[in-house]
Design a binder for this molecule. Structure first.
Ligand code: FE
Length: 367
């Protein structure tokens, strides 16, 4: 078949080839318009790297897929594992959404350039500015807090009473010598609490306080938060630090051993009479090299919806970041008596202070 012919010195397509070119051009135009008009509809899968391994979250993921048709592929690891993986994968990373469970880790990932700052009027309207990253230099926000958890004090009711330890500062009192149990000082939950102390008290007072904590320890730091609560209930320690949802889980448990633990211990939300109790966030971000930015943003927006926010409270014993969400979790009510005062600082300060705090921990030999 002849595709081209010469007419007065110009090379022109043959009649048959002209029809073929027109058909091809129309095809390209049609597909292009369809693609532009249904950007989200084409996002059929999202890859999520998640440090939230809470069985109750499965319902959330299933509901998102039901509502959007977007399948979620999840990689579960802890915060540190996810950051290491993202760094190793670089621009080849398949991750679209990152979910982490601590503000210092979210901040670290932001500083390491692992997140893609996004603009979302939905997220900006729903989530208070103090519970998300500071605005990025090039615009947008690198990460958003999606739920909060308090770092509380648990004590042995046979040894102490609430008023003995109504502030974090009192944990360093000499009267508690040999009583304190905690997980490692450099675990993100503790780093965040200690960074909050540095923000409120200043570095010198915080270092002196940390030294007091080390002097009061019942044993060298080990285990997770639930282990500390159980150690209080057996009498091994008089007091311990824990994230609130670990205690809430025990309160909701019907296992006889857990019921016994809860009977023996008391709980304090420290500093209610002044600055409020330290709260940390679990949060989310769009990955730096996300292929499905629009779908990833939509997923984060879903996690800030009233349905998902209520679920964080009722399912995993956290508190919503969105104000005005009604939740009905009896364990949260039992712990707080209804509500509590949380500290009011920009959550990004927790990340900013962590290097300083880690140096203090090394100096005071906080394991
Ligand atoms: Fe945890």
């Amino acid at each position: 078949m002849k595709f081209w012919f010469s007419y007065r010195g110009f090379l022109l397509p043959s009649a048959h080839y002209r029809v073929s070119l027109l058909v091809r051009w129309l095809c390209v135009l049609t597909l292009g318009l369809a693609g532009a008009g249904t950007g989200l509809a084409q996002v059929k899968e999202l890859n999520i790297y998640s440090a939230r391994h809470y069985a109750s979250d499965e319902v959330l993921y299933a509901n998102f897929t039901k509502a959007t048709g977007i399948k979620l592929n999840r990689v579960d690891a802890d915060d540190a594992g996810i950051l290491a993986r993202l760094k190793a994968e670089g621009s080849a990373s398949p991750a679209d959404v990152i979910l982490l469970v601590d503000a210092t880790r979210l901040w670290r990932a932001e500083m390491d350039g692992l997140f893609l700052p996004i603009r979302s009027t939905t997220l900006e309207a729903a989530i208070p500015a103090s519970l998300r990253a500071m605005p990025a230099a090039g615009g947008g926000t690198a990460w958003f807090g999606l739920s909060t958890r308090a770092r509380i004090v648990v004590y042995d009711k046979q040894k102490f009473k609430k008023s003995d330890l109504d502030t974090y500062e009192k944990l360093a009192d000499v009267k508690f010598k040999g009583q304190l149990c905690t997980r490692s000082g450099s675990h993100p939950y503790n780093l965040s609490l200690f960074s909050s102390m540095a923000e409120h008290l200043g570095p010198p007072a915080t270092e002196a306080w940390l030294k007091g904590l080390v002097a009061n320890m019942a044993r060298s730091p080990k285990g997770g938060d639930t282990d500390q609560i159980r150690a209080v209930a057996t009498g091994e320690c008089g007091l311990a630090l824990s994230n609130s949802y670990y205690l809430a889980r025990l309160i909701r448990s019907t296992k006889p051993a857990d019921v016994k633990v809860v009977e023996r211990i008391g709980v304090v939300f420290p500093n209610q009479a002044n600055r409020g109790t330290h709260v940390n966030v679990a949060g989310g971000a769009v990955a730096r090299h996300a292929k499905n930015i629009e779908g990833a943003t939509r997923f984060l927006e879903y996690l800030a919806s009233p349905e998902a926010q209520r679920h964080f409270a009722d399912g995993n014993n956290e508190w919503p970041v969105v104000t005005g969400i009604s939740q009905d979790n009896p364990a949260l009510k039992a712990m707080t008596g209804g509500s509590f005062k949380s500290e009011q600082i920009a959550i990004s300060a927790l990340g900013r202070n962590q290097v300083k705090v880690q140096q203090m921990l090394d100096r005071v030999d906080f394991k």
